[in-house]
Design a protein around this ligand. Structure first.
Ligand SMILES: *Cc1c(COP(=O)(O)O)cnc(C)c1O
Length: 397
């Protein structure tokens, strides 16, 4: 039998393959150079161009680009009016920022468990944890598959909650034929290099709501306005501006925007390749009962950001940690998305306890993220499949 590298066999490949990698071509480089040769490095025309492009892509009325996805979430919570004493519901299977944004506003994150099949937040659990203090729901399109927007929107409407979609993974996905970004009250994107399109760093908030839009603009730039309609005093002159609320410097540079405009032109290609790789993985892993494949809901036409390999430990002689290490020995460097947020010492210090979301905690014990990115070759994909098959077959019960 083909021996895993971790017990002395030959690895499936000689060079390391990582779980994600950006794809930058000559056009991207030229786009950045063009900005560097222009008059504006920030607050310039590339910002407007990118915002218009994001509106066109998603169908949203307004887009506000910003420094990163975390800033986007903070701005969205500010625009939603999240404040001290409020509660904000989110999933524990996400990056820390999805809950931290509530804390930034003095509110309390409340965790709702996920569905065991899709790994997305369970609308029924959101209902269970909704209280009079709930102000907003931050719903994460985990791996790029859309959350159940209709169910969540209906609940939010009933209870007067703001639905913020943390769409850090979702760019390129459609929900019931509509592009994610124009459906929730606000949708945030991240353009970190591991995400589907990148600006180095970068983020955006999309909305159809003009009131949110105005608040997002203030949040992004110190609470300062140059719009006489929003001022308390008569302008003292043409230099005059006012700070009318507390904001931050969450602006994106034109350098990032230039790169993103060029990257977005390739989104259809990125999306198609990611779908192909997911199809190949699913096809191979469906044959192995020791693995559980993430359920795809028919409402979501998904551009996958992450591919989750979930093991059934009861059908294997090894646990997730040993499986992960065995993959690394084959030179396939996986990752784990995510450690339940409330496991972190900081959240523990705030009084959260393990056991809160059993379905999420079980998933955490059984999953790892396989390599998935545009630049993967067919051989890379075959290597990942060969490594998984080798390890499953060697260690199956
Ligand atoms: C990446 C990510 C963020 C944060 O985005 P940054 O651009 O890194 O600040 C937030 N939520 C989720 C689900 C993410 O994956």
């Amino acid at each position: 039998m083909n021996k895993p590298a971790i017990c002395g066999g030959t690895p499936v490949r000689e060079t390391k393959l990582y779980y994600g990698h950006q794809y930058i071509d000559e056009e991207d480089i030229q786009a950045v150079v063009e900005v560097l040769r222009s008059d504006y490095l920030t607050c310039g025309p590339k910002i407007t161009e990118l915002e218009e492009k994001l509106c066109k892509l998603t169908g949203a009325k307004y887009a506000v680009v910003c420094s990163n996805g975390t800033a986007a979430l903070h701005m969205a919570c500010m625009a939603a009016g999240v404040k001290e004493g409020d509660e904000v519901i989110t999933t524990p299977i996400t990056f820390a920022a999805s809950a931290n944004c509530a804390l930034y506003c003095g509110a309390k994150p409340v965790f709702a468990d996920i569905k065991d099949t899709t790994y997305n937040i369970d609308p029924a659990k959101v209902k269970e944890v909704t209280t009079k203090k709930t102000k907003a729901v931050v719903a994460v399109d985990f791996t790029g598959q859309s959350v159940e927007l209709d169910e969540l929107l209906e609940h939010c409407k009933q209870h007067n909650l703001c639905l913020i979609e943390d769409g850090a993974h979702v760019i390129g996905t459609k929900y019931k034929g509509r592009t994610n970004g124009s459906i929730a009250d606000m949708t945030t994107f991240s353009f970190h290099p591991v995400k589907t399109v990148t600006g180095g760093e970068g983020g955006a908030v999309l909305t159809n709501n003009e009131e949110y839009y105005q608040k997002l603009l203030l949040a992004r730039s110190h609470g300062i306005t140059r719009d006489p309609g929003l001022m308390e005093e008569e302008p003292h002159g043409s230099w005059y501006y006012e700070q009318v609320s507390l904001g931050y410097n969450y602006r994106m540079t034109d350098i990032q925007a230039g790169l993103l405009i060029s990257q977005l032109d390739k989104l259809p290609l990125f999306s198609q390749r990611r779908k192909e790789v997911v199809k190949q993985y699913n096809g191979a892993f469906a044959k192995l009962p020791q693995l559980q494949i993430q359920e795809e809901i028919p409402q979501s036409d998904t551009t996958r950001h992450l591919y989750i390999l979930r093991i059934r430990p009861e059908m294997l002689k090894i646990n997730r940690r040993e499986f992960f290490d065995a993959m690394a020995a084959e030179n396939i460097i996986c990752n784990v998305h995510y450690i339940p947020t409330y496991y972190f010492p900081y959240y523990q210090s705030l009084g959260y306890e393990k056991g809160l979301c059993p379905t999420a905690e079980k998933l955490y014990e059984e999953m790892m993220s396989l390599p998935l990115y545009y630049g993967m070759s067919d051989q890379d994909v075959q290597d990942v499949i060969a490594a998984v098959e080798k390890i499953v077959n060697y260690y199956k019960n």
